[in-house]
Design a protein around this ligand. Structure first.
Ligand code: HEC
Length: 424
C-alpha cells in the first residue's frame, strides 16, 4: 500500500483544505472524486495507478461497479465510472491476451504442429535450420495467453494483492521511490529503473529464494512479480511498443517461475497447470535462446496443460539452438534437451522425434567444441536415458510401435554413444 503514499498525501491534503474551509465547500467534480477514489482504493492492486487498465480493457460500467463495491460504497463506485469514462481511452476487446503471438489461434495442438512443418506427423525431412528459422512470435498458438482479468482463475495479469510493504520499503524505499518517479513520468527508462529496484528489493527480502517449485514464500513471490509484470504490460500498451525490452522479458519469465511456486505451494485449483506455462511461453516467444530452463518446466507445464506438440517444439528449438550453454545443470545441454523432446512429444511422434534428434546430435558432435570428461559423461547418460524412457513408454502406451522403428531408435542411439566414446 505504501506505493500510494505520495499520491495519497496529495489527496488527503486536498481533502483537508476542502473540509476545513469555513466558506462554501468546494465540491469536486464526480470525475475528480472518482480519480481520487481510484488512487486511494484501487491503485494498490491496479498497477496502472490511474485506471488506464479499466478503460483500455473495455470493462462496462456494470462490471466496474460490481468490482468496485468490494472496495468502496456504491456512490463512490459510480464516480469511479465517471472518471474512467472521462479518460476517453479506446478500448480493446475485453478478452484481449496481451502480446499473444501470431494472429489469432490455431484449432488445436496438432494444427500448431502442422503450421510449423506442413504435416500433422513427423515430417519426412526436417533440418535444424528450418526449426531455427521459425520465429515463435509469428506462430499462432492453440490457446490464449493470460487475459487482463479473470475472476475465476489466477491465470490473468491482475495481481490479487498490492506489493508488500517489505518490498516497497527495502533498501531505503528504493522501489517505492522508483515507482513514484515512473508515475510522474512514464518513460521506458523509468520503468526499467523500477524493475531494477524491484529485483534488488526481491534480492533483499528474498520471498522467491529456494527451489523453483518451493520458493520461500510462494504467494508473495508470484503476486509481487505479477504486479510488476502488469505494470510493464500496461507500459507496452500505453507506448504501443511491441517488443519489450529485455528486463521486461525476464520479468515475464520470472513471473512464470513464480507461478510454478504458487502452483505447487499455493492453491492448486486457482493456479492451474496452464498458468506457469503461459507466462514462460510468452517470455520465451520473444527470446527463445535466452532461458537456461534446467528444470524443463516450460515444456512440462505446457504439456500438462494439454499441448504436447507446443511443448516438444520448445525443447526441439532449444536443442538445435547454438545459444548460451546451459552449463550449470548439464554441460552438454543439447543432450538434456533431447530427453525433453522425447518426453514431451505425443505418442505418434516420440520415436521419430528421438531418431531425428540422435541424428542431429551425431552431426553436432562433429562440429562441437571439445567436451570435457564431465560433459561427456552427462551427454552419455542423457543419450542412454532418452531411449530408456522411450522404451518404457512403449511398454505402457496403447500406441503400437513396430519392432523396426525400435531397432532404428536403438541404432540411432548407439551411433551417438559410439561417437561420444570416440571423442579425443
Ligand atoms: C486487493 C486488490 C484489488 C483492489 C484493491 C481492487 N482490485 Fe479490481 N481487481 C483485482 C483483481 C485480482 C482482479 C482480477 C479479477 C479477480 O481476480 O477478481 C480485478 C479486476 C477488476 C475489474 C475487472 C473485473 C472483471 O469482471 O474482469 C474491475 C472493473 C476492477 N477490478 C475494478 C476495481 C476498482 C474500481 C477498484 C477500486 C474501487 C478495485 N478494482 C480495487 C484486485 C483488486
Amino acid at each position: 500500500m505504501r506505493a500510494r503514499h505520495s499520491l495519497l498525501v496529495v489527496a488527503l491534503a486536498a481533502c483537508a483544505t476542502n473540509e476545513s474551509a469555513t466558506g462554501p465547500t468546494v465540491v469536486l467534480s464526480d470525475s475528480a472524486a472518482g480519480e481520487r477514489a481510484f488512487v486511494t482504493s484501487c491503485a494498490g492492486c491496479h498497477a496502472s495507478q490511474d485506471g488506464y487498465d479499466l478503460a483500455r480493457f473495455g470493462f462496462t460500467d456494470t462490471t466496474i461497479i460490481r468490482s468496485a463495491v468490494r472496495h468502496v460504497d456504491s456512490a463512490t463506485a459510480r464516480r469511479i465510472v465517471t472518471y474512467i469514462r472521462s479518460l476517453r481511452i479506446p478500448a480493446l476487446p475485453r478478452d484481449t491476451a496481451l502480446m499473444q503471438p501470431g494472429t489469432g489461434l490455431v484449432a488445436d495442438d496438432q494444427a500448431f504442429w502442422t503450421q510449423l512443418v506442413g504435416t500433422p506427423g513427423w515430417p519426412a525431412t526436417l533440418s535444424a535450420q528450418q526449426i531455427l528459422d521459425i520465429d515463435p512470435r509469428q506462430i499462432a498458438l492453440p490457446f490464449r495467453l493470460a487475459p487482463w482479468s479473470n475472476e475465476l482463475t489466477d491465470g490473468d495479469w491482475m495481481p490479487n494483492s498490492p506489493l508488500p510493504p517489505s518490498l516497497l520499503g527495502a533498501r531505503g524505499g528504493a522501489l517505492q521511490a522508483a515507482l513514484a518517479t515512473y508515475r510522474q513520468d512514464r518513460s521506458t527508462p523509468h520503468l526499467l529503473d523500477a524493475i531494477a529496484a524491484f529485483d534488488s528489493a526481491l534480492a533483499t527480502v528474498r520471498p522467491c529464494v529456494g527451489e523453483l517449485a518451493a520458493p520461500a514464500q510462494p504467494t508473495p513471490c508470484f503476486e509481487s512479480r505479477r504486479w510488476m509484470a502488469s505494470l510493464a504490460g500496461l507500459h507496452l500498451l500505453r507506448t504501443g511498443m511491441t517488443t519489450p525490452p529485455m528486463p521486461v522479458i525476464d520479468l515475464l519469465w520470472d513471473t512464470g517461475e513464480g507461478a510454478i511456486g504458487a502452483y505447487f505451494g499455493g492453491a492448486p485449483t486457482a493456479h492451474g497447470a496452464g498458468i506457469p506455462g503461459a507466462w514462460m511461453l510468452l517470455a520465451w516467444s520473444f527470446a527463445p535462446s535466452r532461458f537456461t530452463e534446467d528444470g524443463g518446466y516450460l515444456g512440462q507445464f505446457v504439456h500438462q496443460a494439454g499441448y504436447p506438440r507446443v511443448a516438444m517444439f520448445t525443447a526441439l528449438r532449444r536443442m538445435v539452438d547454438p545459444g548460451p550453454a546451459r552449463a550449470p545443470m548439464v554441460p552438454a545441454h543439447q543432450f538434456h534437451d533431447l530427453v525433453l523432446v522425447g518426453t514431451r512429444a505425443p505418442d505418434d511422434m516420440y520415436i521419430d522425434a528421438l531418431i531425428w534428434g540422435y541424428g542431429w546430435l551425431d552431426g553436432w558432435l562433429s562440429t562441437a567444441p571439445p567436451l570435457d570428461a564431465a560433459a561427456r559423461a552427462a551427454a552419455t547418460e542423457a543419450a542412454v536415458n532418452a531411449t530408456a524412457w522411450a522404451l518404457n513408454r512403449v511398454r505402457y502406451s496403447t500406441h503400437a510401435e513396430s519392432p523396426a522403428r525400435l531397432t532404428a531408435l536403438a541404432a540411432a542411439r548407439d551411433r551417438v554413444l559410439a561417437h561420444l566414446a570416440s571423442l579425443p
